[in-house]
Design a binder for this molecule. Sequence first.
Ligand code: NAI
Length: 426
Amino acid sequence: MPAVLVIGAGTMGAGIAQVAAMRGWDVVLQDAAPGAAERGAAGIRAQLDRLVEKGKMTDEARATALGRLRTAATLEDAAEGIVGLQNRQTGGRSEPCATAETCSALAIEAVVERLEVKREIFQRLEALLPGSTVLATNTSSLSVSAIAEGLRDPSRVIGMHFFNPAPLMPLVEVIAGRASASEAVSIGTETARAWGKTAVRAKDTPGFIVNRVARGYYLEALRLLGEEISTVEKIDRVMKELGGFRMGPFELMDLVGLDVNLAVSTSVWEQMNRHARFTPHDIQRNLVAEGRLGRKTGLGFYAYDGPTPTPAVPGRKGDLAMSAEMQRAVHAFADAAGVEDCHDACRLIFVRVLCAVLNEAALALEEGVASEADIDTAMKLGTNYPHGPLEWARRIGTSVVGRALRALNTAAGDDRYRPAKLFAAT
Ligand code: NAI
């Protein structure tokens, strides 16, 4: 059996370890905090118990999966454990692994999102594990190349970005850093597939695919609220009912955690030279400063103390102030997108939020972050978008999207809707 070392037994590490064990891999789960690896393993056991109760897993499969899982308190013990498993498989020969099947060991790091902590772990891993072991990071916002910096052999480092909850979310973004060897990227991709996930490949750029393209969904909704164009519940309702999104932007921020969402926005904004498209919004900053973090604190954009969530941030329906050209462009976009029975404000909400998402996807494509197919797949599987943004843009019509973006850009005056080349006037 192939083996994986998972470093960090928190939300993501435990989830990744569960996926691997359920898919027949031997797993060593390590965490530096006392008792954390055992707590992670106990959490996995509870998850598998639930699957058995629901009839989704047999008792035998549960026992086999748990039998593959061991824990370690130190990286040295964990490395010893994984090398032992590797030697058992290869008969002691140190072979470079060509495919996921023959690759006897992989290490995935899922510790706290701090560059210096991750760098130190990778330096220790490089010294502890044979050169054939691919070293992956689950970072969501740091540069894979920066994490690999200073290693003797940075070519063995890749990103494998899982989504939360890892056992349920079907997507893994496989990231090639500047120095990543193509074999290492292939092993990451094949491993994700062997674990039942869809793998997309992304360049090592801020937010990769999903965390970058999704910024538009959140930030544009916040701007609409800040400009007093509409309210939290109306913006959420429009995006669900007209856009077909499963959750509105404010509901999603409450679910993810306003602090976590703000940290990603801030990180992408800093790495994108503080471009106006990514500027974190003061409304969100203030809520985080007040400790209103969403569902986990019972209060965010909504309050969760009653039988159903109730809006908890005041919003006003203010002046729409649309120029004649913006009005025409917004209506043309909404009509082409199949929007019916909806007045100016509701169309403007729909068009602004969707335009921000579609343009970000097209800019990511233009900058070579990923292929068109992978960008669409990533947004559908990583965030449950109803359509891939690029296929959606093509269905609406790239010239229609471009016209709306140009009208919005003229009104905004800070270049945040500058159309991607895909939407440039023809
Ligand atoms: P978490 O806070 O639940 O778990 C982190 C774990 O790492 C803790 O158990 C901590 O004790 C352990 N740890 C800290 N320093 C360590 C060290 N030096 N050696 C070993 N263990 C150490 O964090 P979470 O949410 O699981 O995130 C982990 C990583 O996954 C981060 O890089 C995060 O950006 C990324 N990520 C998080 C997602 C999420 O939705 N939570 C989604 C995708 C990626």
